[in-house]
Design a protein around this ligand. Structure first.
Ligand code: SAH
Length: 556
C-alpha cells in the first residue's frame, strides 16, 4: 500500500476534528485504518491515500460510493474547503448524536465516570441551524487574482478560502465584507501577508446584537492609522443596524487577532445585546466591546443561562462566584437572585464591560475582579475569607487551572455549575472535583455550534454528603448557629481542617466536638427526629483535626 493509491474505505467512526475514520474494505490491506476528511460514518467511499504510516493512513475523498444514511448535502458550497465547519455534510440528528456520544465517552474515558451514560441528558438542539453566529472574524488575504479577499482558513492551514456569504453568520456580513474589500481595492490598500509581515489589513471582525439588531465592525490592521477613513465610514454606515465602526492595531507576529485597544472611527465602540432566558422572566442588557468574549449563539445561550440559573437554585441569601465571567453575562442574572455575586475575568476590557453592564441594569450586588481566576480566587478566599455558596465556572477550552479547582474544593460550596466548551477538559476537571468531594448530578450538552465539531455543556455538581451513610435531617438552625459570623466560623474550620489534614468534616461533626469542648451549650443536634435514625459519630482522626482547628482559632 502506497501513497497515491486508490482504495475503497468503509467509514465507521468520526475523529476529534470531524474526520471520518474507516477501514479499507477489500483486497490485501482490508481492515487497515484510514482517516478521511469529508466523510461521514456509514459512507463507503473511494479514497486517495495521501500519507501512509505503519498503522494507519490519511486519505482524500474522491467520491462517495454508497452514502451513509446520516449524510446530507452540505448547505454551504464552501463547506469542504473551509476549515470553519466540519460536519455540514451530516444530518442534524447525527451531529447531535455524535456530540452526545463525545461528551459521554470523554466522561467515561478521561473522567473515569462509569455512570457517564446515565449522567448525560439528551442534547438540547436549536431551532435555527444556520445564521446563528453573532460574531465572525474573517482573515483578509491577497487572493489568487491579486485582489484582496476575505474568508476563513482552510483546515489546519493559514491559506484563506474566500467566503462571500458564510451560512453561520448574519446576512449583513455579506454587504460589510463587500464594502471593506471595495474600499481596499479603490485605495490600493494591501492585505496583510503573514509570511512577509507586510500589508495592512489583517482581519475583519463583525459582531451583531441579535436582540437589538446593532452591528459593530472592527478592522484589525498591521499599522496605526486607517487610510481613506472617510470613505470606509461612508460605505459602512449605510449598512442597516450599523452602530460602530472601529479598528485595532496589531503589528505583532501572532495568531492572536485582537492584541490592543480599539479606536472608534464612527459611532460607538461596543454593540448592545439583550438576553432573556425563556422561563426566567427577566432580561439583562449588555454592552460588548470587540475584545470581550460573548457567547456566539444568542438563542441557545438564553436557554443555557436558564439552566445555569435553575441549577444554581438561589434563594437570595447566597454569595455566588462566577469565574471566567467575561462581560458578566451569567453574573448579572445570578445577581438578581443572590445576595452577592463576585465575577472574575482575565480580560480587563471585559471586566470594564461587566461593571458597566451591572450599572446599566441597575444591579448593585455584583463585583468584578480583573485577573486570573486561579490567582484571584485563592486570594479572596485566604486573605479576605470570602466563601461562596455557589460557584459557577465557564472556562475557555483548556479548562480550569488545577490551583483554582483545589481552592474550590477547599472552599466547599454547596453547589458548583460547570459550563464547558470542551468535553475533554470538562471530564478531566470533573474527576478532580469528584475526588475532592463533589458529586456530579447531571451533564447537559447543548448544540450551540451546528455544523462544527464543537459542543457546549452545562454540568451541575453538589457537595457529597458526609462520609457516613446515615442521613439525618439537620440544618444550621438546629445547631443554634444562625448568625452569619458563626456560620463563617464553621466554614473556616472546614477549610482549615481540609487544608491542614486533608480531611472533610461536616457541620455535625464540628458541633459534636464543640459540645465535647464545652463551646456550644444548648444543643439538640443528636436527638433522633424519628425512631430508627442514628446519628453518625465523628471519627477519631476528624475529632483531633477539629480540635486542632479550635486551638488555631483560639476557641479553646
Ligand atoms: N461566562 C462568560 C465568558 C465565558 S468564556 C460568558 O458566558 O459569556 C471564558 C472567559 O474566560 C473569557 O472571557 C476569557 O477571557 C476568560 N479567561 C480565560 N482565562 C482566564 C483565567 N485564567 N482567569 C479568568 N478568566 C479567564
Amino acid at each position: 500500500m502506497e501513497k497515491n493509491e486508490k482504495v475503497t474505505v468503509d467509514v465507521l467512526d468520526i475523529g476529534q476534528d470531524g474526520e471520518g475514520i474507516g477501514r479499507i474494505s477489500v483486497g490485501p490491506d482490508a481492515g487497515f485504518t484510514v482517516f478521511v476528511k469529508d466523510t461521514v460514518p456509514g459512507d463507503q467511499a473511494e479514497v486517495l491515500l495521501v500519507k501512509v504510516k505503519k498503522r494507519f493512513a490519511y486519505g482524500r475523498l474522491i467520491r462517495v460510493i454508497h452514502p451513509s444514511s446520516d449524510r446530507q448535502e452540505a448547505a454551504c458550497p464552501m463547506a469542504r474547503q473551509c476549515g470553519g465547519c466540519q460536519l455540514q455534510a451530516m444530518k442534524p440528528e447525527a451531529q447531535a448524536a455524535m456530540k452526545m456520544k463525545k461528551v459521554t465517552d470523554d466522561l467515561e474515558r478521561i473522567g473515569g465516570f462509569e455512570d457517564a451514560a446515565s449522567l448525560v441528558r439528551p442534547i438540547r438542539v436549536p431551532e435555527k441551524l444556520y445564521r446563528y453566529r453573532n460574531k465572525t472574524i474573517y482573515p483578509i488575504a491577497e487572493g489568487k487574482d491579486g485582489r484582496p479577499t476575505a474568508g476563513f482558513f482552510a483546515g489546519r492551514t493559514h491559506s484563506v478560502i474566500p467566503c462571500e456569504d458564510c451560512l453561520l453568520a448574519p446576512e449583513e456580513n455579506k454587504i460589510i465584507r463587500h464594502e471593506v474589500l471595495g474600499w481596499m481595492e479603490d485605495h490600493h490598500i494591501r492585505a496583510f501577508d503573514e509570511r512577509t509581515g507586510k500589508g495592512l489589513v489583517r482581519h475583519l471582525m463583525i459582531r451583531k446584537g441579535f436582540a437589538t439588531g446593532e452591528i459593530l465592525v472592527c478592522l484589525v490592521i498591521n499599522g496605526h492609522k486607517i487610510p481613506a477613513q472617510d470613505d470606509l465610514v461612508q460605505r459602512l454606515r449605510q449598512v442597516p443596524g450599523m452602530t460602530g465602526i472601529t479598528y485595532s492595531s496589531n503589528t505583532e507576529r501572532t495568531n492572536v487577532v485582537l492584541t490592543g485597544n480599539t479606536e472608534v472611527l464612527w459611532g460607538r465602540g461596543y454593540v448592545t445585546d439583550i438576553l432573556r432566558p425563556p422561563l426566567d422572566g427577566t432580561e439583562v442588557m449588555y454592552h460588548i466591546s470587540p475584545r470581550s468574549f460573548y457567547q456566539v449563539n444568542h438563542d441557545m445561550t438564553e436557554r443555557l443561562y436558564q439552566e445555569v440559573l435553575e441549577d444554581a437554585g438561589l434563594t437570595g441569601q447566597e454569595t455566588v462566584m462566577d469565574l471566567y465571567c467575561g462581560i458578566g453575562t451569567i453574573s448579572l442574572f445570578l445577581a438578581r437572585k443572590a445576595e452577592r455575586v463576585i465575577g472574575v475575568e482575565i480580560v480587563p476590557e471585559a471586566v470594564r464591560d461587566a461593571r458597566q453592564n451591572a450599572e446599566l441594569n441597575g444591579i448593585g450586588n455584583a463585583e468584578f475582579f480583573a485577573g486570573r481566576a486561579e490567582e484571584v480566587v485563592p486570594r479572596l478566599y485566604r486573605e479576605r475569607r470570602i466563601h461562596a455558596d455557589v460557584v459557577v465556572v465557564d472556562p475557555p477550552r483548556k479548562g480550569c487551572d488545577r490551583t483554582l479547582l483545589d481552592t474550590i474544593i477547599r472552599m466547599n460550596p454547596e453547589k458548583a455549575v460547570y459550563v464547558s466548551c470542551d468535553p475533554a477538559t470538562l471530564a478531566r476537571d470533573l474527576r478532580i472535583l469528584a475526588d475532592g468531594g463533589f458529586q456530579v448530578k447531571k451533564v447537559q450538552p447543548y448544540e450551540n455550534f451546528f455544523g462544527t465539531v464543537h459542543v457546549e455543556t452545562v454540568c451541575l455538581l453538589s457537595q457529597r454528603k458526609p462520609d457516613t451513610t446515615i442521613e439525618v435531617d439537620l440544618d444550621i438552625s438546629e445547631l443554634e448557629v444562625s448568625s452569619a459570623e458563626t456560620k463563617a466560623t464553621y466554614e473556616e474550620i472546614k477549610s482549615y481542617v481540609l487544608e491542614k489534614f486533608g480531611l472533610k468534616v461536616s457541620n455535625l461533626y464540628i458541633a459534636q466536638v464543640k459540645r465535647e469542648c464545652g463551646i456550644v451549650e444548648r444543643i439538640n443536634y443528636n436527638l433522633p427526629k424519628t425512631e430508627g435514625n442514628r446519628v453518625p459519630q465523628c471519627p477519631e482522626d476528624k475529632r483531633k483535626a477539629i480540635k486542632d482547628a479550635f486551638i488555631h482559632f483560639q476557641m479553646i
